[in-house]
Every structure is written in structure tokens, then in C-alpha cells.
Design a protein around this ligand. Structure first.
Ligand code: PLP
Length: 389
């Protein structure tokens, strides 16, 4: 059988592979503390769940508008226009998608032609690299410096530029480092984009999960009409709605119209009844977001304190997002082997740093969007493992 060679370079997601091995262990009856995926703690907002129940009784089991329900697009626009004094419109600037992941793929497909390069600062969420390849482009990694705690700086973007550069993908707060790109830095990177006719794809999926003392800057604060920008976000992390598969994009009508063509000819539209729940989440779930954020802040603070007292390891204090990025290079230089050993002997699943790029080797990523009990267990077992290494 002759399968397509163009997928030869595309890797399976190492993060999802780990999650699958965890499921297999669980099937054999081994209880695992699961901190390997960005799965927010707790149930989605009750009111959103009720809104879906009620929607289902109203025969909402058919296709929706291919851009997403107009009411949901309006909610998204109202939220952003209120925050940034922009004039984004539901019919021209928004596309609702089956998850932010789908939105990112559409965005890349809408820009990239064969051979075009897309810059990704690393450490980065591994899907960016493979999505760029899926879209037919060439990923160009821009390594941030470990000595500067993986801060994204304009200099690394400048160094990665070429005539073929079509886009840059930025993720702030970052998965996996937990770092937030300061507004002044974002502005400088945006200027590079404007000067070189490059599009800035901003994955802002963790924008509401920002820890005390830190500030988030959206690309919308740089350009109210999103010139040369694509803003990606979704409901998964903000509202603990990962399984609902709903994301959205805000961009110029030129970009949205191309993304719409891709959606119409692939997914058709996002699931209709889950969109009714998302409308309710936007309308009444803002307190829920704050409660979740405070909960994660508690987990983060405990981990920061505990790690500070441990020898041979260092935690980069998370500024936002769902993860703690821990330097274990004082214990092991093989994060994959170490994580597998930790899983097998201590029944805790974390993601090895190598999954986020070569420069992240020697780190592990731990999800802090989990229960306080899981964090307690992680600390206990991590200390025991380190003591025993
Ligand atoms: N972007 C980043 C940085 C992520 O970490 C994730 C999920 O882990 C996503 C996007 C995907 O979000 P969604 O569930 O909306 O597809």
C-alpha cells in the first residue's frame, strides 16, 4: 500500500503518547497521579452543563452556522471589545472551531505555502512544530536561553528570520515554561512582524490563568484591528471544558474567510449543542474562572515553596498557565527515562522536558491545574524519588 510520504516527518504527540500509556497502566488497576496533561481540575461550570442539557431538549442536534453560533460569536466579540476597546464584529472577525488546536491548524494552513518558514521559540508545546509541517511549512525553532529562564526576547526572533519566514507562533502564558511575554517585548516582536510582512499567531489559551503579581498582554492591546495578527483562544483551559472541543480565532476578515473555507470543507462547524454551553460559560462563568485561578495559585505557591527547599532541583516560578517547569538536570540529564522511572516506581505521570524541544532536556513539566491532594502526593513522591536517585 502506498501511503503519503508527506507525513513521514510528523511525529505523534509525545504528550498524548504518555497520557495513553497512563491509561493502559490504569486499565491494569494501577492508580496514577496524572500530572502529564493540561487537564484543568474539576467540572466545567454547572450552568454551562445545564445550558447544554436544555439545548439538547430543543432539538439543537443539527449543524450550526459554519462560523459558529452567532450568539457565541457575539459573546466573544463583546468580551474582547469591552476589554480592548476594539470593534471586532461577530460576522467578520470571529471563527468558532472544534478546539483551539483546530484553529491553530487552520491559521497555519491559511498562511503557509510549501517551503514557507514559521518561527517557534522553544521550549514550546510540541504540536506547533508538527502542525506547521502538517500545513506544508518548515518549522524554525528559536531557542530561548536556559540562563535567562527561557525568556522570549526579540533577538532570537531576529536571528531566526529569513526571506521565507511567513509567521511566528507565540504562546503566552507559555506551555510549558509558565513565562509571560511582557508587553514591551511583544511590541518589539510585533514591529519585526510588520517590518517583514510576517503574521504573528498568538496562542492566548492561558490568558485568564495569570498568577498574582504578573500581567498578561494580548496582541489585541497592540493592534485593535489585529493587523498581521491572529489571536487564538478557547474554552478548554479557561472554563475547564477540554472535552467540549471548542476554540475560537479572532483575526482580520481576510484571514477568517480562508480559515472558514478550511472549516467548511473539513469539520463543517463546531458541535452545535456544546456551543450553547459555551455561551452560558461566557455569560455567567466569570466567577468560576476566578475561583479556578485562585485554586491553581494555591498549588503554584505550595510547589514554589517546597521546591525552594529541595536540593539539586529548581522550579521556574510559574507566572501563568497550568504548568510548573522543574529543572531536574542536577539529578538526571535524560528527562524521558527519569519520567518513565517516576511513573513506574512512584505512579506519578509528568511530561519529560524533551517533549518541548532539545533545549528543554533536563526539565519535567508538571500540571498544577490539579487537585491540592494531587500536589501533596506529587511533592511527597517527588521528594522520595529524588532521595532515592
Ligand atoms: N494551545 C496550547 C498552548 C495548549 O497547551 C493546548 C492544549 O493543551 C491547546 C492550545 C489546545 O487547546 P484546545 O483544547 O482548545 O484544542
Amino acid at each position: 500500500m502506498r501511503t503519503a510520504r508527506k507525513f513521514d516527518d510528523i511525529r505523534r504527540s509525545p504528550i498524548i503518547d504518555i497520557a495513553d500509556s497512563v491509561r493502559e497502566l490504569e486499565k491494569r488497576g494501577v492508580p496514577i497521579i496524572k500530572l502529564e496533561t493540561g487537564e484543568p481540575h474539576g467540572t466545567s461550570p454547572r450552568a454551562a452543563i445545564e445550558a447544554v442539557r436544555s439545548a439538547l431538549t430543543r432539538d439543537t442536534t443539527h449543524y450550526s452556522h459554519s462560523r459558529g453560533l452567532p450568539e457565541l460569536r457575539s459573546c466573544v466579540c463583546e468580551y474582547y471589545n469591552g476589554l480592548y476597546d476594539s470593534a471586532l464584529t461577530p460576522d467578520r472577525h470571529v471563527l468558532i472551531t472544534p478546539g483551539a488546536k483546530q484553529a491553530l491548524l487552520y491559521a497555519l494552513m491559511s498562511l503557509v505555502e510549501p517551503g514557507d518558514e514559521v518561527i517557534v521559540p522553544i521550549p514550546a508545546w510540541s504540536s506547533y512544530i508538527d502542525m506547521i509541517r502538517l500545513a506544508g511549512g518548515a518549522p524554525v525553532v528559536a531557542a530561548t536561553e536556559r540562563a535567562r529562564d527561557f525568556e522570549v526576547v526579540p533577538e532570537i526572533i531576529n536571528a531566526a528570520l529569513s526571506k521565507k519566514t511567513k509567521a511566528i507562533v507565540l504562546n503566552s502564558p507559555s506551555n510549558p515554561t509558565g513565562k509571560i511575554i511582557r508587553k514591551a517585548v511583544l511590541e518589539r516582536i510585533y514591529k519585526i512582524c510588520l517590518n517583514h510582512d510576517i503574521v504573528l499567531i498568538a496562542d492566548e489559551i492561558y490568558d485568564r490563568l495569570v498568577f498574582d503579581g504578573y500581567g498578561f498582554a494580548s496582541v489585541l492591546s497592540l493592534s485593535k484591528d489585529l493587523a498581521h495578527c491572529i489571536l487564538i483562544n478557547g474554552f478548554s483551559k479557561t472554563f475547564a471544558m477540554t472535552g467540549w472541543r471548542l476554540g475560537f480565532t479572532l483575526a482580520s476578515p481576510e484571514i477568517i474567510d480562508i480559515m472558514l473555507k478550511i472549516q467548511q470543507n473539513s469539520a463543517t462547524c463546531p458541535t452545535t449543542f456544546t456551543q450553547y454551553g459555551a455561551i452560558e460559560a461566557m455569560r455567567s462563568g466569570q466567577e468560576f474562572v476566578q475561583v479556578q485561578r485562585r485554586y491553581y495559585q494555591g498549588n503554584r505557591d505550595r510547589l514554589v515553596k517546597e521546591c525552594a527547599s529541595m536540593q539539586h532541583i529548581r522550579l521556574l516560578p510559574p507566572e501563568g498557565g497550568l504548568y510548573a517547569f522543574i529543572d531536574i538536570s542536577g539529578i538526571s540529564s535524560d528527562s524521558r527515562a527519569w519520567s518513565l522511572d517516576f511513573l513506574k516506581r512512584f505512579h506519578v505521570a509528568v511530561t519529560p522536558g524533551i517533549a518541548f524541544g532539545d533545549s528543554a532536556e533536563g526539565f519535567i513539566r508538571v500540571c498544577i491545574g490539579t487537585s491540592g491532594e494531587n500536589i501533596t502526593e506529587f511533592i511527597k513522591r517527588f521528594k522520595a524519588c529524588i532521595g532515592s536517585t
